[in-house]
Design a protein around this ligand. Sequence first.
Ligand SMILES: [Zn+2]
Length: 291
Amino acid sequence: MRSDLAARLEKLGSAARAYEARLTAIPRLAYPEGVRLAVNFTADFDAMLLRRLLNEPPMQKAKGEFGGRVGIWRLIELFDTHGVKATIFTPGRICELYPEAVRAAARSGHEVADHMWEHRVPDDPALERDHLGRAAAAIERLTGKRPVGTRSWHTHAALAEMGFIYNSHGEAHHHPYYERDSAGTHRLLNLPFHYSIDDAMYYSFAWLGSGNAAQRLSDTDRVEDLWWEAFMGQYRRGGYLNVCLHPFVSGRALRIAMLDRLISRMKTLPGVWFPTCEMLARHVLATHPAG
Ligand SMILES: [Zn+2]
């Protein structure tokens, strides 16, 4: 019994050590001259795609559609008003459904990056590459620029083959970090976000088909307080903040007003940089190469 437990603990320990060995932190991240903190505003332009995949009820899908018709436009206007360069992670199918919004985002200088073809990554390697290639081509057709970033479960191998330079999907560190795939062959930069700075965690009832106990509709003042504290925590230590929004969630007028207040407040402090994820990724790759 005892030796059985010891063997299981050893197995867990070695799995943890193997995972740890795949990560390379950047402990002293140096920003460009005069910058103390980079804030990436990111929007996952899911609209109703994920709702469809999860086979959610019609009202949930309609909620998603609002993001494509109204929410995305309000977010673009908000970012433009503040001179914030955002990153819009866009599924390929969304390019077919809402091409004007994707074009408008690119015209304003925002980055349009990959968010899978239809919000899922097939297990079959050939099909995975087909999806990634289609999504990248759909974005390029509308923006004139091939995406170099993704927020997805795509494999490092497929991403490397198609010229992607970063993923913004992990949560293993509070700074950007490098992660090797389990085969140990490809290393990719990760710009981490966290669910505590994700609008859907506060405002999206029935998020991901969650049950009654997980229903949530926080008031905007509460979210503003929490995100301001998170921002200040990172600002004090020269950290990094990735704010994850969804047009169908944050595109509501009340929540846009909260973001407007929050960004205005962030801008009162010196040294706050609002780049696209690509701009930050290129800076990190140039100044802190994986080695
Ligand atoms: Zn998504």
